[in-house]
Design a binder for this molecule. Structure first.
Ligand code: NDP
Length: 480
């Protein structure tokens, strides 16, 4: 059985405790590797390595930093199939999704920031003939990056790429539930010749390793993606230390379908927006609002497509819905389906666990579930479930659907389906979320700002926003 080691000071090593956690394949329910159970002593070592590496990395010519990162990107592409298989086994997602979506995106994340940094410039403000101001954007120092289990390598690289490109050294923690691709990534960094200590990956539990990174007095910026509750805990510790914080948190995204949509395309895209990666994407639409005049027609078509999605072994090519990431999360999702029934919801399809048989008899599978008959303020429609569960609700007017869509504590993403351009712009302007997709979902340009409002987060990732986050800004004013 493979041991997942920490990557500290350029070396793969066991945690100081020499303790390991069981890493489970969610499709089989079996332990298949052991993950370092690190603690604050490993974080302290990682910090020291990063601190020693910082002068070399931050002062390296941008073009040289860029070349090393491009080599890493190249190696990810070369090892795409190996990484995709590892991601699928570790997380439960269909192999084809990892192979064609997530691992290529992890490669793009590194490639994008490796090249973006060469174009990153700052402003100058002339005050007539009296003075000139110019802005310096320099690396912060040692930064912490903490990422979740749903899109493991994709979200891990989305943070560390801009952090490293900007010249920082990093102490990073992937989720202990899905550590495998971050471990393989550390081997890639060694192969690419990343100088030792520039990136340090410490595996282990959030309350031990994650909180030690957040509490470390010399790690002065934290980029976190995960649940809103964890984000609040991180902010509670980091705010009194005046750390720079980027928090990408939960969502409960509305999917708004107007009667004038392109019906066939809308049904197909909203199935994808609901159930990709078993609904375990912070951007998945879980509250589907449908204009009343097409409600029955949409419901029939949507439910038929959802019921035909093949659930089962993530390694099979025709599987559309893989395993839920862990037993704990599986139980949580099922408890929400039970809650929906208690709240008066009617299950239109799905609603229970699923046993694919064979190798996967002990895996954590849940049928994609569609529920109707619930009010927009009930818990099922207000709390993040983060699984293959969506609700359908009819609406009559634009004002009504906007009020319902904006009624949760979250504000991450929204999708709007209509062929009326004015309506699309109007609704997009009034939705309280950081991202709005019109007639599409998860169509991403890495230059665009990414993040949420309300309890979906603070700050933005992506493009210049990420490079600004990972640099310190200084204005210099020179009198002429
Ligand atoms: P968690 O908040 O449980 O965990 C996220 C990361 O934080 C993990 O590495 C976790 O470690 C770590 N962590 C846990 N507790 C602490 C702590 N006290 N201090 C520091 N770090 C800690 O989220 P999940 O992994 O369950 O991910 C699902 C959540 O992530 C959903 O709410 C989803 O919406 C959100 N998400 C948001 C995205 C966005 O861009 N806005 C994108 C993707 C997901 P460990 O795994 O060991 O607990």
């Amino acid at each position: 059985m493979e041991n997942i080691f920490n990557y500290i000071n350029g070396v793969l090593q066991a945690p100081v405790s020499n303790q390991f956690l069981e890493n489970i394949n969610p499709a089989t329910g079996e332990v298949y590797s052991l993950c370092a159970d690190s603690d604050e002593r490993d974080v302290a070592q990682a910090y020291e390595a990063a601190e020693a590496a910082f002068p070399i990395w931050s002062e390296m010519p941008t073009n040289d930093r860029s070349k090393i990162l491009l080599k890493i990107a190249h190696l990810i592409a070369e090892k795409n199939d190996e990484l995709a298989l590892a991601e699928s086994i570790d997380q439960g997602k269909p192999l084809w999704l990892a192979k064609h979506g997530e691992i290529p995106r992890a490669q793009s994340n590194i490639h994008f920031f490796a090249t973006a940094i060469e174009h990153f410039a700052s402003e100058a403000h002339a005050m007539g003939n009296h003075a000139i101001n110019y802005t310096l954007r320099t690396p912060i120092g040692i930064v912490g990056c903490i990422s979740p289990w749903n899109l493991p390598l994709y979200l891990f690289t989305w943070k560390i790429a801009p952090a490293l490109a900007a010249g920082n050294c990093v102490v990073a923690k992937p989720s202990e539930i899905t550590p495998m691709t971050a471990y393989l990534f550390s081997k890639i960094c060694i192969e690419a010749g990343l100088p030792k200590g520039v990136l340090n990956i410490v595996h282990g539990l959030g309350p031990k390793v994650g909180s030690a990174i957040v509490a470390h007095e010399k790690i002065t910026a934290i980029s976190f993606t995960g649940g809103t509750k964890t984000g609040a805990e991180i902010a509670r510790i980091a705010a009194p230390m005046f750390k720079k914080l980027s928090l990408e948190l939960g969502g409960k995204n509305p999917n708004i379908i107007f009667a004038d949509c392109d019906f066939e395309k809308t049904v197909k895209e909203s199935v994808r927006a609901s159930f990709t990666n078993q609904g375990e994407i912070c951007l998945c639409g879980s509250r589907i609002y449908i204009e009343r005049s097409i409600y029955e027609q949409y419901k029939t078509a949507f439910v038929a497509q959802v019921a035909s999605l093949k659930i089962g072994d993530p390694l099979q090519d025709d599987t559309k819905v893989g395993a839920i990431v862990s037993k704990l999360h599986f139980d949580k999702v099922l408890s929400y389906i039970a809650l929906a029934k208690e709240e008066g919801g009617a299950i239109l399809t799905g609603g229970k666990s699923f046993n694919p048989g064979g190798n996967c008899s002990n895996g954590f599978f849940i049928e994609p579930t569609v529920i109707e008959g619930l009010g927009h303020l009930c818990r099922t429609n207000q709390e993040e479930i983060f699984g293959p569960v969506v609700t359908l609700q009819p609406f009559d007017t634009e004002e009504e659907v906007l009020a319902m869509a904006n009624s949760t504590q979250y504000g991450l993403a929204c999708t709007v389906f209509t062929e009326n351009l004015s309506k699309a712009h109007r609704v997009a302007g009034k939705i309280k979320s950081g991202i709005v997709w019109v007639n599409c979902w998860l169509l991403r340009d890495l230059r665009t700002p990414f993040g949420g409002v309300k309890q979906s987060g603070v700050g933005r990732e992506g493009g210049w926003e990420a490079l600004r986050f990972f640099t310190e800004t200084k204005n210099v004013c020179v009198k002429i």
